[in-house]
Design a protein around this ligand. Structure first.
Ligand code: ADP
Ligand code: MG
Length: 257
């Protein structure tokens, strides 16, 4: 399957497009793919973005179709929106009431539907800020779990405000998910995103990532979609992908720019 990663990578590179095709280039076209209007409006009217970047155009469609994804793209190419749109859409598709309300429908710590793992506190906070802009017309709650802040504080926010999307750093996420007293579990997890995978391994977060993987529900019982992004694709990142990605339903996308 290592070979498969590389062969689909070169196929993607040759075509300069995602292997399954079906590219879209405008955010407003997301609605034709079934993305909820509340999310699309946040992008087109709130953020005022019209055209997708290359990685967004190459991956959003496949991710919306439910495929796992390994995507290689440089920093600054718009990966955050590329994974937040399909992940948030999945949360709304599972709980349509969340799209209709500006308030959380209910606040329970086991409501966590999606987790984004990011190498640094700053990046995690940026991702959460972008996610909060996207969900401003919905009842979806976004929380962070990062080091350097009081564990008790983030736990309280998760418990009392609710949490559907949790964005965090490997250490703190591993800590919360393995602390049975924390009340933070993700039995209904449907999406997982590993951002800047190469950086996470460079910093030496392999053990924490393994801990998180073990603490998550078994994929055989609770199917989930995994999206992995990395600026580079060295062997250790491919190894990480093999642990997390569904080998029978994934796509490899690589941007040329
Ligand atoms: P990456 O994660 O690939 O490093 P980011 O997601 O942080 O990139 O995006 C880089 C910058 O580009 C951010 O300021 C973001 O808001 C902006 N951006 C993302 N997508 C678009 C777009 N389609 N059009 C214009 N700006 C965008
Ligand atoms: Mg990024």
């Amino acid at each position: 399957s290592l070979l498969r990663f590389y062969s689909s990578a070169s196929a993607a590179q040759q075509e300069n497009s995602s292997p399954s095709g079906g590219r879209i280039t405008k955010f407003r076209d997301l609605e034709t793919l079934g993305v909820h209007n509340a999310l699309v409006r946040s992008i087109t009217d709130g953020m005022k973005y019209e055209d997708m970047t290359e990685v967004q155009s190459m991956t959003i469609n496949a991710a919306l179709a439910g495929k796992d994804l390994v995507a290689q793209a440089k920093t600054g190419t718009g990966k955050t929106l590329a994974f937040l749109v399909p992940v948030l859409q999945k949360i709304i598709a599972d709980q349509p009431a969340l799209a209709e309300s500006r308030r959380p429908v209910r606040a329970r710590s086991d409501d966590i539907r999606a987790i984004v793992i990011s190498p640094t506190r700053e990046l995690a906070e940026q991702i959460a800020a972008e996610a909060s802009k996207l969900v401003r017309n919905t009842g979806i709650k976004v929380q962070t779990a990062v080091g350097g802040t009081q564990k008790r504080m983030s736990l309280q926010k998760i418990r009392y405000e609710g949490c559907h999307l949790l964005v965090g750093t490997p250490g703190r996420l591993a800590d919360l998910l393995t602390d049975t007293g924390s009340g933070v579990a993700a039995p209904n997890l449907t999406a997982l995103c590993l951002d800047e995978a190469d950086r996470m391994l460079d910093v030496g977060f392999d053990a924490e990532l393994d801990t998180i993987l073990k603490a998550l529900p078994d994929r055989a019982q609770t199917p989930r979609q995994t999206l992995l992004y990395s600026a580079t694709m060295p062997k250790d990142v491919v190894g990480l992908a093999r642990k997390y990605i569904n080998p029978t339903n994934f796509e490899f996308a690589q941007t040329v720019k």
